[in-house]
Ligand binder design. Structure first.
Ligand SMILES: NC(=O)c1ccc[n+]([C@@H]2O[C@H](COP(=O)([O-])OP(=O)(O)OC[C@H]3O[C@@H](n4cnc5c(N)ncnc54)[C@H](O)[C@@H]3O)[C@@H](O)[C@H]2O)c1
Length: 252
């Protein structure tokens, strides 16, 4: 197997209809992988698949909510029925709407953030592990966040906690799945210009850009580039890692 080739591999992207997930879908497709986008946004998901196919790619869309065990299991079963297996899982769903002080984060808001950003990663992983184990091969990459690596007042507390936990989940799972040829890694982006961020931070874009050592926000394709590396056969010795892709905004 060529170390940098994912040609003809099957890549599943929860949250692949927009932003970083869409950039991953485009990159995988350009590299010759078959791409399954699972997303709750049907309109964008269908449009994304049409655009990939127009460019000569092979893609499918299944509407699914990442926090729903039954919807994820059904969606993964559909991918396996169509293409036989899953080689790559890139968990790209997640987000937050605002960053209020703790007094305003009641238990239900807290649980929603944890569910969205942590269970929404655990559930797709659990759904793909059986097929990856039976193929003795897999690449699992989850999008964490710089907000889970260092303190960031622009993010909500539930989001920061969940994103930090994505790293913990991935590290623990990496050693469990290593004997099965499956790697489990996290990519932790700094602020990246995506549709969600354009709305969320519209009033402080200049401030965010000037706080970045590289002087600008990240591009979705720059995160996809890091995700692609971790998705390749040659990344077999990289597992349990968190790759910070943040323009130098946090360097450990
Ligand atoms: N953009 C950034 O600056 C940034 C920085 C660090 C981490 N991240 C993380 O990267 C990931 C993608 O962020 P983005 O900015 O590209 O977001 P986005 O909102 O632009 O795109 C996210 C996509 O995922 C889908 N989605 C979200 N939650 C879902 C769910 N529970 N079930 C099904 N589909 C769901 C949305 O419909 C959308 O298509 C998120 O996990 C986010 O936390 C983003």
């Amino acid at each position: 197997m060529e170390i940098s080739s994912i040609r003809d591999q099957i890549a599943v992207i929860p949250g692949g209809a927009a932003g970083i997930g869409l950039a991953c879908a485009q990159r995988y497709s350009a590299e010759g992988a078959k791409v399954a986008i699972l997303d709750r946004d049907q309109e964008n998901g269908v449009a994304a698949v049409a655009a990939l196919e127009e460019n000569g790619g092979t893609a499918m869309f299944t509407p699914a909510e990442c926090t729903s065990e039954s919807e994820m299991e059904t969606a993964i079963a559909e991918v396996i029925k169509k293409w036989g297996k899953v080689d790559i899982l890139a968990n790209c769903a997640g987000g937050f709407h605002s960053a209020p002080p703790i007094e305003e984060v009641n238990a239900s808001k807290w649980s929603h953030g944890i569910e969205w950003n942590l269970s929404g990663v655990y559930i797709p992983i659990r759904a793909v592990v059986p097929t990856m184990k039976s193929n003795k091969y897999g690449r699992i990459i989850s999008i964490g966040s710089a907000a889970g690596r260092t303190a960031a007042l622009i993010a909500s507390i539930d989001y920061s906690a969940a994103k930090a936990a994505v790293g913990g989940l991935s590290r623990r799972l990496a050693i469990e799945l290593a004997p099965h040829g499956i790697t489990v890694n996290t990519v932790a982006p700094g602020t990246v210009m995506t549709p969600r961020i354009a709305v969320l931070h519209s009033s402080r874009m200049n401030q965010l850009e000037s706080a970045m050592p590289v002087g600008r926000l990240g591009k979705p394709e720059e995160i996809a580039h890091a995700v692609w590396y971790l998705s390749t056969p040659g990344a077999a010795f990289t597992t349990g890692a968190t790759l910070d892709v943040n323009g130098g905004s946090w360097t450990g």
